[in-house]
Structures are given as structure tokens and as C-alpha cells.
Design a protein around this ligand. Sequence first.
Ligand SMILES: [Zn+2]
Length: 205
Amino acid sequence: MEFSSKLLQNAVDEVSFLPGIGKRTALRLVLHLLNQDQEVTTDLAKALIDVKTKIKRCKNCSNISDQDICEICSNPKRDQSIICVVEDIRDVMAIENTEQYRGVYHILNGKINPIEGIGPNDLNISPLVEKVQQGKVNELIFALSSTMEGDTTNFYIYKQIEENKIKTSTIARGISVGDELEFADEVTLGRSITNRIPFENSLKN
Ligand SMILES: [Zn+2]
């Protein structure tokens, strides 16, 4: 693609760096912005910079937050002794949308994936194990996607905390195998959290 302006080319290159955005779409977006008032671009740029510089990770669960401790963890109505283990923040959003869950979360920031070289130490696993060992947890709910990587991660964590004899459960697999949690519809997901099954039962399948 030939550009009459280096600045335009630079902007298109930056936008097309985003996932799912090709050069043509990037050009359309940049030209759109060029035709807007200055304020529109300034607000957009500021929002993006704020995302990177001001958003924090909750010190307790690793959820994205504007405070050191996120709104879910700091809510006295949430049951801190029930922890739902998820892969990333999109899973938290999906489960929150069901309005069926009153515990808290622990975000692993990924799944164990030997092929991609992601091991347990690359994930937010040890703080979770520590919480269990400190006796603060009554139940862990595994809500990772039902892929081989999800199962491996569940099993790894389960083995780490097995001797602590807390309740472990997994969301019922009404959600078809391989579906990411974020794509499950709210009713199905809500039901699968309410009707969660003991984790040991899922191992026998
Ligand atoms: Zn939190």
C-alpha cells in the first residue's frame, strides 16, 4: 500500500498491529479519525494511554482494577472462602454477567501449555496455593475451558492442594468441550456454576 504521507503510513502501521485489523481496515479507521474533531482523537489516545499506565492488577486475584484491590475482592457481600479459578479477565466478565456467583476469583493469566513453553511458574498459580495453605479457602471452583491445557492446569493445581482437603469442584460441562468460557451463553454458564460437580468426579470421565 502506497501512502502520500509518512505520518498516515505510520498511523496505519500502528493500528494494523492490533489483532484482527488488516491494513485496509486500519486505513479506514485512521481516515475516519482524520475527519473527526481533534477532541475525538485526543480522547481516544488518552483512554489508550490510561489503560496502559493507570490500570492495575488486583493484588488479591489479579483482576484488572483501578484500585490495588478490585471491586469484587473488596465487596463485603462476596464470599472470600469460595474461589473460582479462571484463565483471564474475560472469564470473570462472563461469570459476573450470569449474576449467579457470589464468591471471588483467582485469575491465572493463562493455562499450562508445554507446546508453547508455558509452565506452572509462568502463571499466577503459587499465590493461589498459598491462599489454600493459609486455610482461608473452603472451596475452589475450576472454571478453565475444557481443553487439554485447561484440564492439565486444573489437575496440576488440584495436586498442589490435594492434601489440604478443601472442597474442589468444576463447572458442569454443559458447555460443549473446547468452547472457551467467554463464548458460553449466560444461562448455560450460570446453570453450570450453580450445578457444579465435585472435581474428583470429572477425573473419572
Ligand atoms: Zn480482586
